[in-house]
Design a protein around this ligand. Structure first.
Ligand SMILES: Cc1cc2nc3c(=O)[nH]c(=O)nc-3n(C[C@H](O)[C@H](O)[C@H](O)COP(=O)(O)O)c2cc1C
Length: 205
């Protein structure tokens, strides 16, 4: 079984309707380590040594966050700036993350059609996430397609919310059980409840 680490960042959890229920799911699954970064580091005083040690102990690294100003909430940037050190994550001898799988798990207030070159947000979500993708590449991690929910505010008014939660559970369990087809997931634009590529023959094991 793979060890899955979820680094959760949401600075306004009392208003959260989607990420907090998702976080509850992640924290309830065996083999998944769930970390609420804002709860652990309310003053952003990130413990670099223990974060690096935690990374070494996991095979799959996930950032779960609501998109804020087309990017991550600030603690995830602070975490990257401090934890992904030269000689640890990158550089001549910095290969400690090599081979690990990395993916963002994102909710967005905007609808999917806004996240196109012709749409009001002018960029695809995947394009806006290119700094994370290239950071993963530099650190020799396998970046796979983000698991994304658009129009997060009205997900409750239809059955998309329940489907998204259930899809998150399936994604976490499949990553833990090693049944995700990582090559196929890396080629996809985004993961959704309908597009989780499983390795043939492993789906029913
Ligand atoms: C400060 C702030 C910035 C935001 N920026 C964006 C944004 O750039 N794009 C977008 O689609 N939604 C944006 N949103 C909406 C959030 O992404 C949305 O409220 C969140 O994903 C919903 O998840 P939650 O119910 O767990 O909070 C922003 C919200 C806040 C509070």
């Amino acid at each position: 079984m793979a060890k899955v680490l979820v680094l959760f960042a949401h600075p306004g959890q009392r208003h959260s309707r989607v990420n907090v229920p998702m976080a509850r799911i992640a924290s309830s699954i065996d083999g998944v380590t769930f970390v609420d970064l804002y709860a652990q580091y309310p003053k952003l005083d990130i413990d670099v040594d223990s974060e690096q040690e935690r990374l070494l102990q996991h095979d799959v690294i996930m950032f779960q966050f609501p998109i804020y100003w087309y990017s991550t909430p600030s603690i995830l940037k602070e975490w990257q700036d401090l934890v992904l050190e030269y000689g640890f994550a990158y550089g001549r001898t910095g290969d400690k993350l090599a081979g690990k799988v990395f993916l963002p798990v994102i909710t967005a207030g905007g609808p999917d059609h806004a996240y196109t070159e012709q749409g009001s947000n002018r960029f695809r979500l995947r394009a806006l996430l290119s700094p994370l993708e290239q950071t993963a590449n530099l650190c020799q991690m396998r970046f796979i397609a983000p698991y994304a929910l658009f129009s997060a505010h009205d997900a409750h008014s239809n059955d998309r919310f329940d489907q998204h939660l259930e899809g998150y559970r399936r994604l976490l369990e499949a990553l833990r059980d090693g049944t995700v087809d990582i090559d196929a997931a890396a080629r996809l634009e985004l993961l959704s409840t309908d597009t989780l590529p499983l390795q043939e023959g492993k789906a029913d094991e």
